[in-house]
Write a protein that binds this ligand. Structure first.
Ligand code: BDR
Ligand code: CA
Length: 310
């Protein structure tokens, strides 16, 4: 399946990229970088570094939007470190980003492959919103847009009400959910169901250099999350988007109406997920609600391991 990854690596983004690269079900057409966990120059550098490390320097990386549509920029160095990939040595990639802007490339690619491209969006939705804004035919031409973001009943992780990706660019998220695109959403409620265990993270190191890299970026994230959530949760958010594309049978989902708050300071970026259809509004999205947690972690482990032999 043809896939574009839109991303802000980010430790969990990095694992999602590795999972995609390692998976024969996915033909990764390119990676579009967006500002999010760290500024866009760094997310682009990190995406290229990950591809290079996995000997996939032929995967094109496009630099995208450097700030949200309207709100001031917010980054996530507390969770991902100043480099975005805390825990590993940063090696400047040898190959540069493509000269074309990410938004132009997304538009061109989808227009010339109508109904054939799925997009995994795992950062703020700024690039996707810009592309939809500029080319209104685009939403219905995307095969599927799989998004990590938002929260159903869980509460937020950057404010008590909002999840990071939607909080950083709520106007972009709002535009995307109103676009009519075929959307599947992995909110915090489902990503919190899959708890990374320290033993699993260490097991990754058996999977060669790439496995060690994965372990080294996940350990700081594990510690950060364990401390913040008092040992209860250690989520690995972004690979949900890719795992869903590879094996949707790992998940349960329900079609519901999702809307994003863009005005209230207290609830900025909060997602209203109408789980019980109390509004009677037509669903605009499938929301993932349950995951086979063992299956999810085993998939990632096996695929990362397979990279070592290639
Ligand atoms: C999301 O926020 C980012 O920090 C992660 O990379 C993930 O995309 C989780 O809320
Ligand atoms: Ca991310």
């Amino acid at each position: 399946m043809n896939v574009i990854i839109d991303t802000d690596p980010g430790n969990d983004d990095a694992i999602a990229i590795l999972l995609a690269i390692a998976s024969p079900e996915i033909d990764l057409l390119g990676i579009t970088a967006v500002a999010g966990n760290v500024p866009v120059a760094i997310t682009s550098r990190n995406a290229r570094m990950i591809c290079e490390m996995a000997s996939r320097e032929y995967i094109p990386v496009y630099n995208g939007e450097d700030k949200p549509l309207k709100n001031p920029q917010v980054t996530g160095e507390d969770a991902h470190g100043r480099s975005g990939l805390e825990g590993v040595e940063i090696v400047e990639p040898k190959f540069p980003p493509e000269s074309k802007h990410a938004v132009d490339w997304i538009i061109e690619s989808v227009l010339s492959n109508e109904g054939e491209i799925s997009i995994c969006a795992m950062g703020p939705l700024t690039n996707i919103a810009r592309a939809f804004e500029r080319e209104p035919r685009l939403p219905e031409m995307v095969r599927e847009l799989v998004i990590m973001g938002g929260s159903k009943f869980q509460g937020g992780n950057i404010t008590p009400m909002a999840e990071f990706n939607f909080y950083v660019d709520p106007h972009a998220a709002n535009l995307v959910f109103k676009s009519g695109a075929n959307i599947t959403l992995a909110p915090l409620d489902v990503t919190f169901q899959a708890r990374m265990e320290e033993e699993w993270i260490h097991r990754l190191a058996d999977a060669g250099d790439i496995g060690k890299f994965a372990r080294d970026i996940l350990m700081p994230s594990y510690r950060f999350n364990s401390e913040r959530y008092e040992g209860e949760y250690a989520p690995l958010h972004d690979p949900f988007t890719v795992a869903y594309i590879i094996d949707p049978s790992l998940f349960k989902k329900r079609p519901v109406r999702v809307s994003i708050e863009t005005e209230s300071p207290l609830c900025m970026g909060a997602s209203s997920i109408d789980w019980w259809n109390v509004t009677g509004d037509k669903p605009n999205c499938n929301v993932l609600s349950e995951v086979d947690s063992n299956g999810y972690f085993e998939l990632i482990y096996q695929r990362v391991k397979s990279l070592d032999n290639k």
